[in-house]
Every structure is written in C-alpha cells, then in structure tokens.
Design a protein around this ligand. Structure first.
Ligand SMILES: *Cc1c(COP(=O)(O)O)cnc(C)c1O
Length: 389
C-alpha cells in the first residue's frame, strides 16, 4: 500500500535536518550556539498562565463552540477594531489551533485545485506546502534585498496569471524582518482589487517592530480590500505562547462561515482552558509585550552590528519579528553547505535560506540570550575568516 500522491509533493521541513543534527551534537555534550529557534525564549507571562490554570481548576474542560468561546471572539474583534482599525463581528472571527492552522484554513477556504497562490520569497516555510496540500499551486516571486526584501507592485503585476487566486503577505516578515509601510501595502492591494485576488495577511509578528516602524493591516484600507482579505494573527509570538496552540483569523462573512464549517469537522475547538488564557492575554496589561519587544530590540542591534562587521557577510537591519538574514553568497557555497560546515566546524546552528526560497542567505533567530549571541558571533567571525583564507 502506497501513501497518497500528496506525500511526494510535500517537502519535509529542511530546517529539521540541521535542527536534529544540532540536538544530537548537544546530546553528545557539545556546546552548540543555537540560532535556529522560531519561537521566543521567554516563558508565557504569569497572569496568562494563571487564567488558564484557574479555568482548568474550575472544570472548564469540555468542548467549546468549534470556532472559539464567545468571550475570546469578542475580545479579538475588539482588539482588531482598536489596534488595527478593522471592523469584524465576533462571528467573523475564527479561533484555531495556532496561526499556522488559521493560515491553512484561509488557504483551504479560498483556493480551488489548480489555483495559483502568489508567495513572495524569502517566505515562511509552510506557505508553499500548505498551498500544495489543498491542491493549489504556489507561484514564488523572488524579492530583492535592495527593495528591503519587499514585493514591489511591478513584481506582483508580472506574477499574475488568469489562475492567480490569492496573494500571501506577511508583515512583519519571517524570515526577512521587513515591515511594509501603509503605502506599500496600499499599492499591492490596488493590484489585488484590479486582478481579483484574495489577500492572506499574516500579522503574527505585528507587535514585534522596531525604531518606530508601524504595522499596518490591509483590511483597514477600504471596503473593497476588506472584502477580499483574510487577516491572520495569533498569540504565539506576541505573548510567548507557542505551545498553547492558539491563533485566529478574521474574514468576510462567507469565508468565515466556510472556515467555521471546515474547522467543525477537522479539529473542533482549540483547547478550552487555553482560550481562557488567551482572553487574559488580550484583555489584561500589555506591559509584558513591551518588555519582550525591548529585549528583542536590544538583541537585534547587537546581532546586526556583529554580523555586518564580519567581512563577506551582508545584512539588512530587521524592522520587525526576531530573525535576521545574513547574505553569505560571497563565500561561494550553497546555504545548506554553509550551515552544515558552520555547525560541524564552529558549533553554530542556523537555518539555510534554501528552506525559505533563497539560497544566498542563512537565517539567524535572535530570540535567544545575549550570551548565546555574543559567543555565536565570535564563532561565526572565526569561521568566516577561515573560509576567506
Ligand atoms: C510562527 C509563525 C506563524 C504561526 O505560529 P503558530 O505557533 O501556529 O501560531 C505564522 N506565520 C509565521 C510567519 C510564523 O513565523
């Protein structure tokens, strides 16, 4: 018996190979500097844990409505109104098992088999695979470092075909750290209207921005954009809640209704007591978020200064999220070769850019302690110096 064709169409996560090797070396007692993590190193703030623990103690342990408890959908609708300037009724909000699940639901509810989905590269690893999982076709558009790794209106225009159905935008971006301005988003949205594309706006890093950069939600532009946009967000990155598995989306009514129905058959509700934690995260003090962002900002400056001082490496300063891309193309190696040698010879774990659709770069996450960054930078410096000899 053979698995279905989908098994051959999906690429197993390339990041995993390096990650498991790094873990194996660590288990052998090797002192590895890890920059692979795709999650905050902070623990979930106590008041959020407490709210979930209390819900658990009170027996809040049964099925909830499959798209989330009314209290949480209400809190999300209020957040989207107050912070993002977008009006959604609680019924248009679907709470899912992570932002990843919300992205998948959004693609499932907008794309038919054969439809094309436009994905700017470097991209988050899961987008093209999710697109393939629903039988649609990823159409990858490389962006340029000189444009801040942001998709330009011309690049979007050239990518559009009669089969184009959906544009995926992710700002602040994983892995590039770029943040689209209001004008940049508006220019892309205009093309989406002309060519009748849906927009999936993945806003999971919205709160993690630096130097006064501001996150902007496409759905807030106009009724026309709102009607074709699915706004995805979640708790994982902003509140250090990756293991809780809570994300959400908000969409025009017909799309929300379709997703409500899909989810009711696929997973039912996200974990009941975790949802109570999410209510606390959204409604109580936001000071914890500010504190984490302050720490990320300090590390960003530190890693950017360190990397750019290494001969042969070029970087753009990230404006959001907690990743930095280092262009290592001057060393004449593929990103996988570079990362493999870096791990073998310098005990530093980073993610090869090929996983994000750009073989000239590697990704380092700075959601880690400053000592790790300091030690790692000095090892990368020595490694690169040896390569140049
Ligand atoms: C982490 C991440 C998500 C979703 O994470 P969840 O843990 O599933 O909420 C979505 N998009 C991007 C770009 C991410 O980096």
């Amino acid at each position: 018996m053979e698995p279905a064709n989908i098994a051959n169409r999906i690429t197993p996560s390339l990041t995993l190979a390096i990650d498991s090797k790094a873990k194996a070396l660590k288990a052998e007692g090797k002192d590895i500097c890890g920059f692979g993590a795709g999650e905050p190193d902070f623990d979930t703030p106590d008041h959020i844990k407490l709210a979930a623990a209390q819900a658990l103690a009170e027996g809040f342990t049964k099925y909830t409505p499959s798209s989330g408890i009314p209290e949480l959908r209400q809190a999300i609708a209020e957040k989207l109104k107050n912070e993002n300037g977008v009006d959604y009724k609680p019924g248009q909000v679907i709470v899912s098992c992570g932002g990843k699940h919300s992205c998948y639901n959004a693609i499932l509810a907008t794309c038919n088999p054969g439809d094309e989905v436009i994905i700017p590269a470097p991209y988050w690893v899961s987008y093209p695979e999710m697109v393939k999982m629903v039988g649609a076709e990823p159409y990858i558009v490389p962006t340029k470092a000189e444009n801040g790794y942001k998709l330009t209106p011309e690049e979007l225009q050239n990518a559009i075909s009669p089969s184009s159905k959906l544009l995926i935008l992710n700002s602040p971006n994983n892995p590039t750290g770029s943040v689209y301005s209001e004008n940049e988003i508006a220019a892309l949205a205009e093309i989406a209207i002309e060519d009748d594309l849906f927009i999936l706006s993945d806003e999971i890093y919205e709160k993690i921005v630096y130097d006064g950069a501001r996150h902007f939600s496409p759905a807030s532009i106009s009724k026309q954009v709102y009607d074709r946009t699915i706004t995805v967000n979640g708790l994982s990155k902003s509140y250090a809640m990756t293991g809780w598995r809570l994300g959400y989306l908000a969409a025009p009514e017909p799309i929300a209704k379709a997703i409500d129905s899909i989810q009711s058959h696929a997973t039912s509700n996200p974990t009941s007591f975790a949802q109570k934690g999410a209510v606390a995260a959204l409604k109580e003090s936001q000071e914890c978020v500010k504190e984490m962002v302050r720490a990320f900002a300090e590390r960003r400056d530190f890693i950017f200064d360190g990397l750019t001082s290494i001969a042969g490496i070029r970087c753009l300063k990230p404006m959001g999220a907690f990743y930095i891309l280092a262009d290592i193309s001057s060393f004449g190696m593929t990103s996988s070769q570079f990362c493999e040698s870096l791990l073998d010879q310098a005990l530093v774990a980073a993610v090869p850019g090929i996983a994000f659709g750009d073989d000239r770069v590697i990704r380092l996450s700075y959601a880690c302690g400053k000592e790790n960054i300091e030690k790692g930078l000095s090892r990368i410096q020595d490694f690169c110096a040896r390569l140049r000899k």
